[in-house]
Design a binder for this molecule. Structure first.
Ligand SMILES: NC(=O)c1ccc[n+]([C@@H]2O[C@H](COP(=O)([O-])OP(=O)(O)OC[C@H]3O[C@@H](n4cnc5c(N)ncnc54)[C@H](O)[C@@H]3O)[C@@H](O)[C@H]2O)c1
Length: 352
């Protein structure tokens, strides 16, 4: 006789954003025993449409709320027997953190503290004493490679690279990482942290680099590229990030941190060229207008713009057997096709 797996309730914060919505879809589709509560403030970066295919699923529930609202977080932990937290909620756009840093420190640092402290109080009776019922409960914190600062031409960020954040966004994420670390060292809370490189894929907010290039290319508008376009990022398809988070949550040792990257270092201009070349095939502009590459325009660089990020993912590959499955060409093709259908459905793009 097969043993019935007990239902587990997981709290996902920030699940109506880009990576969180992809993650919820991945978990609901891959595990039949899990129930997900998505707590999201619904900032400008969120979109309920990101979850339109899962919102009628009986194993999915949405709560609109702020992670800084401690009374609400305590209520969620008291009403539901939360078996794990996947903490995605954050202010995530570097440009906005330069314009208005306050909300970044509020949400990313204080908000992280409020959620992890509520988990500690619910799951633990005193430091290093976990209530028996909650012995397997775990808090997974989703962070970024930007906490490590910038690299020169050589080298890769490893898990033990020194923290050296340069923007208010990365400084606030570094602060959150330290909050999470301290809850393991001081209280023995079961935490794990992931530091991932740049994600791309469906459901990303229009303001980010790849959606901007795609949208401008579709509209035949100037494609803005910061500075000389030579800043280097390591790109990972969002589904590969979701799989890594699942593995880290289910297979790793408490207190560990994992770097996650796509082995795909590209300059911003190289990414723009790749997108333009795919757009030339999908939506040729005709001989008079030429290639989409002709739309690329260099604009004043972002202050404090990190030159290069590159990730050493060997730890998660060696210990947990993860490796990225999507290559950049196929991943970009899937992403561009998704944005084409999104804009067509919303009729937001004049040329479609
Ligand atoms: N996008 C990337 O390339 C990338 C890479 C590495 C790590 N990360 C991290 O992954 C996480 C998710 O990133 P994303 O790109 O999906 O971000 P996103 O901006 O698309 O989504 C963030 C979500 O958090 C919600 N949120 C913001 N403030 C909140 C608050 N106070 N209370 C509750 N919800 C709130 C927003 O409404 C939104 O739905 C972030 O923690 C980010 O730092 C992102």
């Amino acid at each position: 006789m097969t043993k019935k797996i007990e239902e587990q309730i997981y709290l996902v914060t920030g699940g109506a954003g880009f990576i969180g919505s992809n993650f919820i879809r991945y978990m609901i589709n891959n595990y039949s025993h899990i129930h997900i509560i998505n707590l999201d403030k619904m900032t400008y970066a969120a979109d309920q449409e990101n979850l339109c295919d899962v919102k009628k699923n009986g194993r999915y529930q949405f709560i609109q709320g702020d992670i800084c609202n401690r009374a609400l977080i305590d209520t969620v932990f008291n009403e539901y027997d939360i078996a794990g937290v996947f903490h995605f909620a954050a202010e995530s756009h570097v440009d906005n953190s330069i314009e208005d840093p306050g909300e970044f420190f509020q949400t990313n640092v204080i908000g992280t503290y409020q959620v992890i402290d509520a988990a500690r109080k619910k799951w633990m009776s005193s430091p290093f004493v976990i209530k028996p019922k909650y012995s397997n409960c775990r808090f997974l914190h989703v962070s970024t490679d930007e906490v490590f600062g910038t690299l020169g031409d050589e080298g890769l960020f490893k898990e033990n690279s020194p923290y050296s954040p340069n923007s208010p966004y990365s400084a606030s994420k570094a602060g959150a990482d330290f909050v999470v670390r301290s809850y393991h060292s001081t209280f023995g809370l079961n935490v794990v942290t992931t530091n991932c490189s740049n994600n791309y894929g469906p459901y990303q907010h229009d303001e980010k680099l790849i959606p901007t290039i795609i949208r401008k290319a579709i509209n035949g508008e100037k494609i803005p590229i910061y500075g000389d376009g030579k800043n280097i990022r390591d790109w990972l398809f969002v589904e590969d990030h979701c799989k890594a988070i699942d593995l880290v949550f289910n297979k790793s040792v408490a207190g560990e941190t994992y770097n996650i990257g796509g082995f795909c270092e590209l300059t911003n201009i190289e990414i723009a060229y790749k997108i333009c070349d795919i757009m030339d095939k999908l939506m040729p502009r005709g001989t008079l207008l030429g290639s989409h590459r002709d739309l690329i325009t260099y604009v004043t660089d972002r202050p404090g713009h990190d030159k290069r990020y590159a990730i050493d993912s060997s730890k998660i590959m060696r210990e947990l057997g993860w490796k990225p499955q999507e290559n950049i060409e196929d991943g970009l093709m899937r992403t561009i096709r998704w944005y084409l259908s999104k804009y067509k459905a919303k009729n937001e793009v004049g040329v479609i």
